[in-house]
Design a protein around this ligand. Sequence first.
Ligand SMILES: *Cc1c(COP(=O)(O)O)cnc(C)c1O
Length: 464
Amino acid sequence: MDTNTLLRSLPKVDELLKREDVAALDATHGRPLTLEALREALDATRAAVRAGEIVEVSADAIAADAVAWLALKARRSLRRVINATGIVVHTNLGRSPLAETAIEAVAEVARGYSTLEYDVPSGQRGSRHVHVEDLICRLTGAEAAMAVNNNASAVLLGLAALARRKEAIVSRGQLVEIGGSFRIPDIMRESGAKMVEIGTTNKTHLRDYKNAITSRTGLMLKVHTSNYRVVGFTEEVSLEDLVALGAEHGVPVFEDQGSGVLIDLARFGLPGEPTIGAAVAAGADLVSASGDKLLGGPQAGILAGKRDVIAKLKKHPLARAVRLDKMTLAALEVTLRLYLDERRLFAEVPTLRMLTMTQAKLERRARRLADAIVSACGEAFDVVTAADTSRAGGGALPMKDIPTTVVALAPHRGSATSLEERLRLGEPAVIARIKDDRLLLDPRTLREDEDPEVASALARAARA
Ligand SMILES: *Cc1c(COP(=O)(O)O)cnc(C)c1O
């Protein structure tokens, strides 16, 4: 058949709509998207005819194309993935998974009305801060507290409220960039504070701070350099010394703690990141941290500090712009409540559970995952378990590799790289690491009920 005859034989949209498979599309996705899918499929077929790629027009094939196109279009963009990387607080994969009880609280307040800003005893308007303030105070020893959208907005709010049109002193060793978009100099500029850099990259002395204090000084900022370390000849001023200097000159001290550690993790062989409470105890006027890093809660910025400072922050116009919504507040309240009972905390908050998983448990999990893979995939891969390292991630505890046991796969056909890609493009996507031509799956970040899913994803990938 020549090209024109083929083009004339293309089915009409109306005819296609009468087909059973297309009618099913219409019922699920509605008329506008179904029509778009059919036009896309017809256009693609027309182009293929003109290019001489097909010699026969098939309504079945066009309908199948429309179904495939719409399946892709209708797929949710923000969707679940399986994290087999062993990076616990994986910023690109959504940082901390929430505790089940936190998820239930989110669903409850999302479904109906809530006490978000309603004081039940008086029947009057209440404050959204009450849901987490006492909990943060109790867990950090602070006089007052609040929570905002994330730590970046917490720092922005703190700087704007305490140092707008004033000078904020910060060490050159702490002018950090975190996650590619949070940069201390940029946040400073946006807050309206004038940054006064002191010291050098590796060394900053107390006298550098002292010499920089003027009548225009609004605050001294200390940034916890959680995503890198300066090693060698280094010197930083302790928070205690800064607080003493600040008290002498009436200058508040703001510590950006970052990782949101509320309890001492050194007990579990993790490096002793300073806790928010330690910064409060050292006398910091204001401390900020993320809610979704090591704290294990939802995206949020925690602000803990002196009563008058927090009062100023709550009244600042930016506070409204960076406030938390009810779903996040619900998740944060429940997560913080879990800290009141450490047994529940380590059992129920996934980030802490994963970080403190024992070597014995990881080994057992790896062996079980390896067995599941072998029974699902047969001889497709060479499967072994091996010692490797997980990471805390999320710009927290970055230099610390945490020992783990991984499942390492070498495909008998094709490369580990193409296997990684097929897993990533599958549904659900499985995100894994590659090392020395092997695909590594770290059980630390896998839920036990995800093991069979990983095994079937591998079986699909092996067949593809
Ligand atoms: C992670 C981090 C931030 C940014 O926090 P977000 O919650 O991602 O906005 C700021 N400062 C420090 C020290 C951090 O570790």
